[in-house]
Structures are given as C-alpha cells and as structure tokens.
Design a binder for this molecule. Structure first.
Ligand code: UD1
Ligand code: UDP
Length: 373
C-alpha cells in the first residue's frame, strides 16, 4: 500500500469549522490519509464551540483573532502564520473551505509553496464583488489557484467552467453542511440534552410563533444593520410572534442590536448558540430571517422558509426552489414579507417544503475518494 496522503485542513471561523468537521472526521477514519488540522483562530469563541462539539483537537492553533479586526491586518497575520505551519508540515494537499480570510490566505500561502490546494464549496458566485464583501473576491481568488474544486451544485460547477477552470478538476460533490446537519441531528437524537438549553425561552414564548434571526455581514454594517433592527422592531409589534436572535460576537453587530432591540419583550437577544442548539432553533422556528450563507442552506434542508436579508445571493438554489426569498435590507420590505408568510397560510405552505439542492450527507466521502485519486 502507498504511504498515506498527508492532508492539512485549514479553517478559522464558525461556518468553516461546521463545514469542515465532517471532512476531518472522515479523514481521521480513513487509512488512505494522514490528517493534520490547522485552525487560525480567526474566530475564537465561535470556533471553539464547534471544535468542542465535534471533538476536534487541532494540531496547530494560531490564535490570531483580534478585537474588531481589520481585513488587511487579519489577512497579513494569517498569511505569515499559515506559511510557518506549511513549512513545518509539508502536506501533500491543503484543503480550505468557502470564502473567508482564512480560506483565501491558506490557499495563497500554499500556492506560494507550490502545495496543491483543494477547495471545498467552490464556485459560488453572486456576480457582484461588493455582495458578499469581501467573500465574493476571496472565493474567486481561491478558485484561481486550486487544483481540485469541490462544487456543491451544478450551478457552482457551471460558474467555474464559465471562468475557464479546467473541467477535469471540477467535481459536483454536494455541500458538507448537509453531512454536518445529519451528524448533529443524529447526536441530538441520541442525547437530547445537547440541545435542551432553549427550553426556558420556548416556555416563555409558548403560544407564539418563533422567528429565528441571525445577521453579521460586513456589507450590512451601518445602515443595513440599522434597517434589519428596524424590521425586527416592526415585527415585534405583533403580539403573536417572538424572535430568538443569537447575536454574532462581532462588535459592529452587537452594538446596534443591543441598542435598538434590547428590552423588547418578545425579542430574545442571546449569545451565539452552539451547533446543536442552533439546529434546535431552526427546528422550532416558523421561519428564519438571516443574512448568513450557511443558514440559507440549512433552513431549506429542514423545510423552513428563509428570508434572506441581502441584495444578492451566491446561493441561488434555495431561491430557485422557492424555499428562500431575497428580501434585501429595507426594513419595510423585510417586515412585509415576513408578515405575508405569517398571515397567508398558502404562501407559507408553498415555501415550507423540505428541499435539498445542497447534498445528501455523503459529500465528505466523495471528497475523500477524489483526493485519493
Ligand atoms: C467572518 C468572515 C465571513 C463569515 C463570518 C462567519 C472574513 C473576511 N469574514 O466574518 O466571511 O461569514 O466570519 O461568522 O473572513 N469575534 C469575536 N469572537 C468570535 C468571532 C468574532 O469576538 O468568536 C469578533 C472579534 O471582535 C472579531 C470580529 O468579531 O475581530 C470580526 O471577526 P471576523 O472573522 O473578522 O469577521 P466576521 O464578521 O466574523
Ligand atoms: N450557527 C450556529 N450558532 C449560531 C448561529 C449560527 O451554530 O448562533 C451556525 C449555522 O447553523 C451555520 C453557521 O453557523 O451552520 C453559519 O455561520 P455564519 O452565519 O456565522 O456564517 P456564514 O455562513 O454567513 O458564512
């Protein structure tokens, strides 16, 4: 048998960790590979929540997060610190996920050393370099360097082929987020206590319909965040709904939300939830209001309508299937669309269909077979 391939996975934020842990589990269990893990600590608390539930102990933790970090400061420190790890590890492949500063810097540091890069969740494109910002460009930069592109859907594959990426390097694998969702759902089934901490809120809001809310996008800072807060305030005027909003640790989000929404009786501003509790939040919600990428994939998979508070999306599949709706960041429009779903049972039923263009839960296995080739 050949020597195992040394695979270094690099990730640093909450969504990357959620979408990489199934792959790390699979790599660890497969003797074709020697799995090494580097976390950058671009996020700290929100990354650690995922590492803990997934039982991953990284070989390298660069612990780079700074309060209110800037894109250039963060990128500069990522690039040099990851470079040092690559020099030490000398992996056969580097695997990065998505579109964060960590993913882009990890790919670039590997490219500078002629180490091949495999890109998980490749080919998502909004077509607008300012939405999502800076993720659209990060993802394109990684795409220009990767030797293997794991596109979650045919739409993503087509985007890469339009950019003249070599077709034999592009593979439609599904998205590992569905692997993660299956894994966490099975864990909660076995151990319901893992997702039990929302019970007091569920009790407090008994009889009301729950709306799950998340918001964190950099392009929404300022007016966008104010508008999102205003939409929530308008919806809170209804007596029959309650909003549960785990607030992202970014100070630009927390400051606005605490100031605008603190003290409203039927809005619970809570700390970021760990993954089992967030899965529970989706499950108990009537609908999700979000600007998150991952939530746009998870909510449709769980049959929950999702109103996407963004101007464009690089994940058109949910919108095309009718389970997600782009509502932008205008307060009146967000509230009007939410009210429509709350008041019109047929409009709600049309959106509340489980639909899963993002995978079947076997994406990691496919990726491993492609890496092993
Ligand atoms: C980052 C990613 C974004 C991704 C998002 C997921 C980039 C450029 N942005 O955005 O693509 O959608 O993560 O959440 O890579 N903070 C904490 N603790 C944490 C996490 C963040 O305190 O666990 C605070 C810190 O003050 C930090 C700030 O949030 O400086 C911003 O973090 P950063 O990773 O730069 O940006 P995000 O907005 O989280
Ligand atoms: N998530 C979580 N706890 C929360 C909010 C979100 O575990 O309080 C999960 C969610 O299930 C999804 C991911 O975090 O898998 C999305 O991360 P985020 O919105 O921070 O980033 P994005 O997906 O927009 O890059």
């Amino acid at each position: 048998m050949n020597a195992p391939l040394k695979i270094l996975t690099i990730f640093g934020t909450r969504p990357e960790a959620i979408k990489m842990f199934p792959l790390v589990h699979a790599l660890e269990a497969d003797e074709r590979f020697c799995s090494r893990v580097c976390v950058t600590g671009q996020h700290r608390g929100m990354l650690d929540q995922v590492l803990e539930i997934a039982g991953i102990v990284p070989h390298h933790d660069l612990d780079l997060m700074q309060p209110d970090q800037t894109l250039d400061g963060l990128t500069a420190s990522l690039l040099t610190a990851i470079g040092t790890v690559l020099d030490e590890e000398q992996p056969d492949w580097v695997v990065v996920q998505g579109d964060t500063a960590t993913a882009m810097s990890g790919a670039l540091a590997a490219y500078y050393r002629k180490i091949p890069v495999a890109h998980v969740e490749a080919g998502l494109r909004s077509g607008n370099i300012h939405h999502p910002w800076p993720e659209e460009v990060n993802r394109k930069i990684i795409g220009s360097m990767a030797g293997l592109h794991f596109a979650p859907t045919k739409t993503a594959q087509a985007a890469l082929l339009r950019e003249n990426v070599a077709p034999e390097t592009v593979h439609v694998t599904g998205n590992t987020v569905i692997d993660a969702l299956h894994w966490i759902t099975a864990r909660i089934d076995r151990q319901p206590g893992l997702a039990a901490n929302l019970a007091p809120l569920e009790k407090r809001f008994a009889g009301k319909r729950i709306i799950g809310v998340t918001s964190h996008r950099r392009e929404n800072f300022g007016d966008g965040m104010e508008n999102i807060a205003e939409a929530i305030r308008q919806l809170a005027a209804r007596g029959d709904v309650a909003m549960i909003f785990p607030v992202h640790l970014n100070p630009n989000v927390r400051q606005v939300m605490n100031q605008e929404l603190g003290g409203l009786e039927n809005v619970a501003l809570i700390e970021p939830l760990d993954y089992p509790h967030f899965a529970r939040l989706i499950a108990i919600s009537t609908l999700m209001l979000t600007d998150s990428g991952g939530v746009q994939e998870e909510a449709p998979a769980l049959g929950k309508p999702v109103l996407v508070m963004r101007e464009t999306t690089e994940r058109p599949e949910g919108v095309e299937a009718g389970t997600a709706l782009l509502v932008g960041t205008d307060a009146t429009r967000i509230a009007a669309q939410a009210n429509r779903l709350l008041d019109d049972a047929s409009a709600y039923a049309a959106m509340a269909r489980a639909h899963n263009p993002f995978g079947d839960g076997r994406t990691s296995a496919r990726i491993l077979d492609l890496l092993a080739r």
